[in-house]
Design a binder for this molecule. Structure first.
Ligand SMILES: *[C@@H]1O[C@H](CO)[C@@H](O)[C@H](O)[C@H]1NC(C)=O
Ligand SMILES: *[C@@H]1O[C@H](CO)[C@@H](O)[C@H](O)[C@H]1NC(C)=O
Length: 295
């Protein structure tokens, strides 16, 4: 009888203990889940695109004023992780849910009339920051302005940049980007200002570049080579800088169609001596430097 009692007690204790263990395990799993929220994001390829419904997969430990600020938080935290050096501590306050208070991050009412506050612009100019651009930046679908000039960002511009549908100004100049022309920018519908000068981009320019509705295009001081596409004449830009690259061949004769053109600089390339007759029709052009260009 005493034996049975002892066994019963033992069973009870075992049961109690195991339920304690499983409750504890449950709490633990929950705690883990809230701290490892970023883990699905880290597996994204460095230059790739975002999977569909990507932002819905990640859980975040904070609550946000609206869903788009949460999405911006995910993107900005991924970017912070992709920063190797920040000597001025520029991103030092990039913590917590108030993304609108982060240095260099600007919020504004959403343009689509939804009365939401959204991240509308990012300006890290002259930050001297080293790192790369994570795929998650494609989540910042409300930004109209991205200025990161004069930093030490390297690698390539991720494919996900094509998802920045409202972007008007992209300035990634004076960094350490490499690889071919960042084609993801070609499908940004309202891009007006594209500045990629002073990087190490190489290869040829895509012909679609000049079909964009740009106002200003800065390509100078890279390693672009091969000829300038014949589509040049389609460009709506008033200023285009080609200087200090390795462009070869002729200046396309379509340049004569560029009715908005005010300044174009071909300085220091390998273009050969074939000034197109179209040049005479460029009434608005005030500066057209082809010195040291024509051999
Ligand atoms: C960077 O800035 C954060 C927030 O402003 C601060 O807490 C931190 O101590 C700073 N770090 C350094 C190294 O100055
Ligand atoms: C762009 O230019 C090319 C070559 O000059 C021409 O064939 C093409 O139709 C133009 N595209 C647009 C959209 O105007």
């Amino acid at each position: 009888m005493a034996k049975m009692k002892a066994l019963g007690c033992f069973l009870l204790i075992t049961l109690l203990f195991s339920s304690f263990v499983s409750t504890f395990a449950l709490i633990n799993v929950k705690a883990l889940a809230s701290f490892t929220v970023q883990s699905p994001f880290q597996s994204l390829p460095e230059n790739g695109d975002l999977p569909k419904d990507f932002e819905d997969k990640g859980e975040v430990k904070y609550t946000f004023e609206n869903k788009r600020l949460k999405t911006a938080y995910i993107a900005l935290q991924a970017w912070k992780k992709a920063i190797y050096s920040d000597p001025q501590n520029f991103t030092g306050n990039w913590d917590g849910p108030d993304v609108c208070a982060y240095n260099g991050v600007f919020c504004a009412p959403a343009l689509d009339g939804s009365h939401m506050t959204v991240v509308a612009g990012i300006d890290l100019n002259h930050g001297d920051i080293a790192g790369y651009l994570p795929v998650e930046l494609g989540l910042l679908s409300d930004i109209a302005l991205l200025h990161i000039n004069s930093n030490r960002f390297c690698g390539v511009v991720p494919k996900s940049f094509s998802k920045l549908r409202l972007l008007h100004e992209l300035d990634i100049s004076n960094n350490r980007f490499v690889g071919p022309f960042p084609k993801s920018v070609l499908s940004i519908p309202d891009l007006k200002y594209l500045d990629i000068r002073f990087n190490d981009f190489e290869g040829e320019l895509p012909s679609e570049l000049f079909d964009m509705k740009l106002d200003a295009l800065f390509l100078n001081n890279n390693r672009f080579s091969s000829s300038i596409p014949e589509t040049l004449g389609n460009s709506t830009a008033s200023i285009i800088l080609f200087a200090n690259n390795k462009f070869s061949g002729c200046i396309p004769s379509s340049i004569g169609k560029m009715s908005n053109l005010q300044e174009v600089i071909f300085l220091n390339n390998d273009l050969s001596g074939c000034l197109p007759p179209g040049l005479g029709f460029l009434g608005n052009v005030s500066v057209m430097d082809i010195s040291e260009t024509i051999s």
